[in-house]
Write a protein that binds this ligand. Structure first.
Ligand code: ZN
Length: 411
């Protein structure tokens, strides 16, 4: 099944934004309703070494058609390829927010906010003031919390990866769906992980190709990071995500506008566990993260979310972050009425992907379904138990890549 897609005819939303035909070329031979994951040790074992052994993916990858793994998505000549050039030229860049400039990084790799009017935050730059309501025209606003009261919006970033069978088994055993924000390079490297995510009923969304700070990239680079991640998810799973999350929440109205050209909307969060930072960032220990979880869990019973729910940022990344999630799950369940993926709590149903063949339940449907099949919490701890040791590298893409430990070399 190979097909092309013209974004302009896709939704009324695009028409309302005054968008025109965007030339994309998302292809796949995979039927998302009939995913086939073989019983090999990489997909069944709980042994890290066995899971992380390279496997031949169920497709042939034309290396010349993809960016380099974990490099900015214009790499490997993508920015001059016919496909990308057609995409870039199909966007009317004269409509982009004129005053929002590309941001810079300091020598330490961190965002440089010097000289920026943080108080007024004219660019609606999340990293400056956690702004999520765009100030520019024609830009999709971010989603930051589930609208359903007493609801924990469950999200995991930075997958798919090897060594996550126990975690996905745990979610499956608990009939628990989550929003999974996948990194494009990882999707290509660990395709069965991404396929399992979809097959298990999780909500798949993009998390950029190489996990850069998006506001520091050029227009070309931002577009390529978004496009090739969506393309990778489509190629491997058969669905093309309409939602995405920027690394470290770093987006402004320029980045939002570019995402909006692909009809993509950002999903951020309003509670951050900081799970990835334990033993890595100064002052953040596993106890800090456990305390964060504890505080957020208490909010479920102290009335904080009586009128709206939350979205909580957590990570797949490694055994430590997955352990935090599994250990705290029973208490979250006790203190919140509902734990759901973002697609479900926002009632996206069939507007999660470009393909309409995949539909998610409405919030009411899910709640009623769970009520009729309720068997108690049924929580069982997954097989895990290792810890990460200490990591002391710089924050950013390479750091995150290092955290994964093993990166398959398909490229
Ligand atoms: Zn991330």
């Amino acid at each position: 099944m190979v097909w092309k897609y013209q974004a302009a005819i896709m939704t009324l939303g695009m028409t309302a934004l005054g968008a025109h035909a965007i030339t994309t070329n998302y292809t796949s031979t995979v039927d998302p309703t009939k995913l086939n994951i073989p019983n090999i040790e990489q997909t069944t074992s709980h042994d890290v070494v066995a899971q992380c052994k390279y496997y031949q993916p169920p497709f042939t990858l034309d290396k010349a058609a993809w960016p380099n793994s974990w490099e900015i998505a214009t790499s490997n000549g993508m920015n001059t390829s016919a496909e990308y050039t057609a995409l870039y030229n199909s966007i009317d860049w004269t409509k982009a927010p004129a005053n929002v400039k590309q941001k810079t990084k300091g020598p330490d790799g961190a965002l440089n906010l010097q000289g920026y009017d943080t108080a007024n935050d004219p660019d609606c730059w999340w990293s400056a003031s956690q702004c999520t309501k765009p100030k520019a025209q024609g830009v999709n606003a971010d989603i930051v919390n589930c609208l359903e009261p007493n609801t924990w919006g469950l999200t995991y970033d930075d997958g798919p990866n090897c060594s996550h069978n126990a975690f996905y088994d745990f979610l499956e055993q608990n009939n628990q769906k989550a929003s999974m924000f996948y990194i494009g390079s990882n999707v290509i490297a660990w395709p069965y992980g991404a396929m399992r995510g979809l097959k298990d009923g999780h909500h798949l969304a993009g998390h950029t190709w190489s996990h850069q700070l998006m506001t520091t990239l050029s227009n070309q680079e931002v577009l390529a990071e978004l496009y090739y991640t969506a393309k990778a998810i489509k190629y491997v799973t058969g669905v093309t995500p309409l939602y995405w999350r920027p690394a470290q929440g770093d987006l402004d109205d320029r980045v939002r506008w570019i995402a909006s050209q692909l009809n993509m909307t950002a999903i951020l969060w309003n509670l951050d566990t900081d799970d990835w930072a334990a033993n890595t960032m100064p002052g953040v220990t596993p106890e800090t993260v456990q305390q964060n979880y504890k505080n957020f869990i208490q909010m479920g019973s102290n009335g904080t979310f009586n009128t709206v729910g939350n979205i909580v940022l957590s990570h797949e990344i490694n055994n430590m972050t997955m352990d935090f999630a599994m250990q705290n799950y029973p208490e979250i369940k006790k203190n919140y009425k509902h734990i759901v993926d973002v697609a479900t709590c926002m009632n996206f149903t069939n507007s999660i992907y470009i393909e309409k063949s995949i539909t998610y339940p409405t919030f009411d449907q899910l709640v009623n379904q769970n009520a009729s099949t309720a068997t108690g919490s049924g929580v069982s701890p997954g097989a895990s138990g290792s810890s990460m040791g200490t990591q002391t590298t710089v924050n950013g893409a390479l750091f995150i890549a290092a955290l994964f430990g093993v990166v398959a070399s398909l490229f």
